[in-house]
Ligand binder design. Structure first.
Ligand SMILES: [Zn+2]
Length: 449
């Protein structure tokens, strides 16, 4: 495949914006970037994709999401509004995930994947829960991901909140899936697995030990940490330790482990995350929506913690998350110098790419450079001021919108071309979800306390 007539944003170090250059793609990778005339001459038989003067850039990566959350949109929570995050879990998420059967899991994932393709997010790290449909749930999601053509990392969240049998089933589902998918991974598949844990506050020492014991080899974990103070209080009550210390003691941290949020950790916990090379993901829209506080992202970066950017399932519009992070840290510190556009790029582009590489190590992510994965998007943006390699972060924060994404390519396969979806049928996916939603909501109402 030969992509011509685009303004290429390479996101290399240093960033470049190339004009009159073409990108030659073969076997899912970017092979060559060079003079348009020359490459057209050299690869006359390659399928030609004319970018029509749009920006061509690496697809966005979402470091933490929940495909199972699609049915929450527009759903009413009965009774008084939840007053804090523990009540949001008890009154919204826990009864909702109990309401999901396999068909709902599939439909919810399809809605989320469709949203990702339309809005230019090409790799997603998911965290799944469906306690009444555990065994095989990751296969259902994996099939939806494979049909969509996107790239994803999947896991099942182990928790004690539904009893010991379901905790054990969660452990089994993670390891069954990881073992099964690792074969496909070595054959170059677009799906990887990791080991999901809900959060310290719903995990006993016994279950943590069982998870550590089951996750053999160099399997890492994906866990929520200190999203609300309640997680820290619970850990101190249960173990006399703070959350990150407790996870460290159980061998959960490490360079393949993802900790979502890390809002209420202390300096020693930041140290433990840094020393162990554990990943942290920041989800500012979700944090604001839940009223849980602000993660000390700049401090974590300065302490050497690798912080990436996720959506927590809100929608797969990564630039909305960029904008929120950019604004939130300024108002939080009452200082417009905080969290510059470069900091946003550090977490949203560079660190997310490095995190994706943990699971797909064969080629670089997040750059248009020879050898990199051909995960690309076209953006129909027409700046009224000069757009340069240097001011791009601010052009994106103040000018780009996900609706400007017109084409999405993953591993050299076109998933959306000129806003036409080629792998998923939007009408069918949304019709199926609308058909299932009333039943999910009815079951939710029977579970909600
Ligand atoms: Zn989450």
């Amino acid at each position: 495949m030969l992509i011509t007539n685009g303004k290429i944003i390479t996101w290399e170090e240093p960033n470049q914006i190339l004009e009159d250059q073409a990108i030659y793609i073969s076997s899912g990778r970017i092979v060559e970037i060079g003079s348009q005339d020359l490459l057209q001459e050299r690869f006359p038989k390659a399928e030609r994709i004319d970018a029509g003067g749009q920006y061509v850039m690496p697809g966005n990566i979402c470091a933490h999401t929940h495909f199972y959350g699609a049915f929450a949109r527009g759903m009413a929570i009965p009774g008084p509004a939840p007053k804090d995050f523990p009540e949001i879990l008890e009154k919204l998420w826990w009864p909702l995930d109990k309401s999901l059967g396999f068909e709902d899991v599939k439909s919810s994932a399809e809605v989320m994947l469709l949203d990702a393709i339309k809005h230019g997010t090409t790799t997603l790290i998911d965290h799944h829960a469906s306690p009444n449909a555990i065994d095989g749930s990751l296969d259902v999601i994996a099939r939806a991901v494979a049909d969509s053509g996107l790239r994803a990392v999947l896991c099942y969240e182990v928790t004690d909140r539904d009893g010991i049998d379901k905790a054990k089933a969660g452990i089994r589902e993670n390891m069954r899936f990881i073992e099964q998918i690792s074969g496909q991974r070595s054959a170059g598949g677009n799906i990887a697995g990791t080991f999901g844990l809900h959060a310290s506050l719903t995990l006993s020492d016994l279950t943590l030990e069982a998870c550590r014991g089951a996750a053999t080899g160099d399997v890492g974990f994906h866990v929520h940490v200190a999203e609300h103070e309640a997680d820290e209080y619970d850990s101190l009550n249960k173990s006399g330790m703070r959350v990150v210390d407790r996870l460290s003691k159980h061998g959960i941290l490490g360079p393949k482990t993802i900790v979502a949020h890390a809002i209420h950790i202390d300096m020693k916990e930041a140290d433990l995350l840094s020393e162990s090379s554990t990943w942290v993901t920041h989800q500012p829209r979700s944090n604001m929506n839940n009223g849980v506080g602000v993660a000390p992202v700049e401090g974590l970066l300065r302490a050497g913690v690798k912080v990436g950017l996720g959506t927590d399932g809100l929608s797969h519009k990564m630039w909305e998350e960029w904008k929120t992070a950019y604004l939130l840290h300024k108002v939080w510190h009452r200082d417009p110098r905080r969290f510059s556009g470069d900091a946003v790029v550090q977490i949203g582009v560079k660190n997310n790419a490095a995190l994706a590489n943990v699971f797909f190590p064969e080629a670089p992510f997040g750059q248009i450079t020879p050898g990199a994965f051909a995960d690309l998007i076209f953006v129909d943006y027409h700046p009224h001021t000069p757009l340069t390699a240097g001011n791009l972060p601010w052009q994106i924060i103040f000018g780009f919108h996900e609706s400007m994404v017109t084409s999405t390519i993953v591993a050299g396969k076109v998933l959306m071309r000129n806003r036409e979806l080629l792998t998923l049928d939007e009408e069918q996916v949304t019709a199926r979800a609308r058909e299932l939603a009333p039943q999910v909501w009815e079951r939710y109402n029977s579970f909600v306390p």
